[in-house]
Design a protein around this ligand. Structure first.
Ligand code: ATP
Ligand code: MG
Length: 524
């Protein structure tokens, strides 16, 4: 006997039961709501079972939604809450170990309870608080046992998803599985492969966030259910690591992220792994962000770049998880760092693609604009560029030749001191290769001067030269330079030297940007 008046979720739904009864049918509370009430847990949803068939329910309630009429379920809206009312039915013709396409309605409650998965889920509660418990579900609740209703082997052959539900309830409720039921899962685990991945996924995700994840995964591994789940074949050891992770997952997002972590899925494989689990594109996007952020956070602290890419909501969830890796989560520090971000989204940048086209005097749209905006964004986040229109404009102007892949030209006149004879690298009075190298390096250094900060300079790290023709004193040498930014602190240059438009040399050069003082300090 339960005092319904004390349970607001049920109390609110009594008028629905009354209406069905007044129309001459039976109706009961069933499923997880009844089970959770007996466990003194909060109720997640109120399911109602009734002898009225869907047509009759639709006649009783003027506003209904068809959520699964095929399976006998109609959704009813009542005082801003929705309730699923499912017609009493049996488990007659199961095809290929899956839920049947059509169902067989019955008019008796006990017939309906018989088709339910576990004894703890096969208890009905009437409007006066009387329990109907033909399979002693209350006793199993006392004993914390998950026991199939009837013959477990038959029940799992009818619907193989129930095996996965058993694993989920272990984790969610902290229960054990009764021996015969467990043996049947061991014997029949391959049947799970007949079930739609979406249904398996929903149970798996609930298992992962449950308070007894360890027990749930242990069962999942021992019964070999994992062998028929996407991407988990032969990953027993990783699953055990996941089971032993010491912090409860607060969300499914985090659960998937840590699962990826223990499976050690490579970044480029994440998408296909999650797609195999039939997660939505949005879920996949978010989990990817969290996964990248987790890897970052386990190596170093948050910075504006990774926080920008991750977003604060996901970052907070990731931060909560680091406790489980033997680190100390510092949510407050993360929040203060977030407050100091110069920009939060690309929309916050005081320049857009159209502005960039204007600044560069180009009409060419397309992907390179994205590259430029990305560069601007990176520098704003690094604190190297202020987010204001004038500064961004100047920055883009300075880099125009790089962005536009332009050739820059510099000129030198060969003097006596540039000759091989003078420098000792040869005997003749012709332009020495080391001097030509110096011209080239000098031009590249000058180019970079516009791009680096005042406290920075650049140093050559590689140069190669193919000197093809001699030049005499007095010759005018033209150097053509194409610059490529490898990353913010490293540039490569393709070089061509010409005399009177005749090619005399080609070369490759790279330079690194360094902080003057730090660079010299290292030498002293
Ligand atoms: P939750 O708290 O997650 O809602 P629940 O037990 O209510 O748990 P539901 O999926 O809402 O789970 O199902 C409601 C009820 O329907 C279950 O309690 C059970 O009686 C029955 N049921 C659900 N799925 C199955 C199934 N595959 N086989 C047999 N009965 C099932
Ligand atoms: Mg439910």
């Amino acid at each position: 006997m339960i005092n319904i008046q004390n349970i607001p979720e049920f109390k609110k739904a009594i008028p629905l039961i009354d209406k069905i009864e007044q129309a001459g049918y039976e109706a009961y509370f069933v499923g997880g709501g009844v089970r959770d009430t007996l466990l003194h847990l909060p109720i997640s949803d109120v399911d109602i079972a009734s002898s009225a068939v869907p047509d009759e329910i639709q006649r009783i309630f003027p506003i209904t939604f068809d959520v699964g009429i095929k399976h006998g379920t109609v959704m009813v809206l009542h005082e801003k809450m929705t309730y699923e009312i499912t017609t009493f039915r049996t488990e007659s013709k199961y095809e290929k170990f899956r839920r049947p396409e059509s169902v067989h309605y019955v008019r008796r409650l006990d017939e309906d309870l018989k088709r339910r998965d576990f004894t703890i889920n096969a208890i009905a509660l009437n409007r006066d608080g009387m329990l109907e418990d033909p399979f002693d579900g209350q006793e199993d609740i006392e004993k914390k046992l998950i026991r199939a209703v009837g013959n477990p082997m038959e029940r799992f052959r009818e619907d193989a998803l129930r095996m996965m539900r058993a694993a989920r309830f272990i984790s969610q409720l902290g229960f054990d599985v009764e021996e015969e039921t467990k043996q049947a899962v061991k014997d029949y685990h391959p049947l799970l492969s007949k079930i739609a991945v979406e249904r398996i996924r929903d149970e798996w995700a609930k298992l992962l966030v449950g308070r007894n994840r360890k027990g749930g995964i242990k069962f999942f591994v021992e019964t070999r259910l994992f062998q028929v789940c996407p991407g988990l074949q032969n990953r027993e050891e990783s699953l055990i690591d996941l089971a032993l992770f010491p912090v409860q997952f607060q969300s499914q997002l985090i659960a998937w992220t840590i699962l990826l972590y223990f499976l050690d899925i490579r970044e480029e494989k994440v998408e296909s792994f999650l797609k195999d689990w039939k997660l939505s594109n949005k879920e996949i996007r978010d989990i990817k962000k969290a996964y990248l952020a987790l890897h970052h956070r386990l190596k170093k602290s948050w910075d504006h770049h990774i926080l920008f890419d991750t977003g604060i909501e996901i970052a907070l969830e990731v931060e909560e998880m680091v406790n489980g890796f033997g680190m100390v989560a510092d949510v407050n520090q993360l929040l203060s760092l977030h407050k100091t971000m110069p920009i939060y989204t690309t929309r916050d940048i005081e320049t857009n693609g159209k502005d960039v086209m204007e600044i560069l005097e180009t009409r060419k749209g397309g992907p390179h604009l994205g590259v430029i905006l990305e560069d601007v964004k990176t520098n704003i986040l690094a604190g190297k560029l202020k987010n204001n229109q004038a500064e961004i404009k100047a920055y883009i102007m300075r880099r125009k030749s790089i962005y536009m892949d332009e050739i820059q030209i510099d000129e030198y006149v060969v003097k006596k001191e540039h000759t091989a004879a003078f420098l000792g690298s040869g005997e003749l009075d012709v332009l020495a290769s080391p001097a030509l190298i110096a011209f080239m390096e000098n031009s590249c250094k000058e180019m970079l001067k516009k791009l680096v900060l005042p406290e920075e300079t650049s140093v050559g790290t590689f140069i190669s030269l193919e000197h093809r023709a001699p030049s005499a004193v007095g010759a005018k040498i033209k150097i053509e330079i194409k610059t490529k930014e490898l990353h913010r602190n490293k540039y490569s240059f393709s070089l061509v030297a010409k005399e009177n438009d005749q090619l005399i040399a080609i070369g490759e050069h790279t330079r690194s940007v360094v902080n003057r003082e730090k660079f010299m300090d290292k030498l002293l």
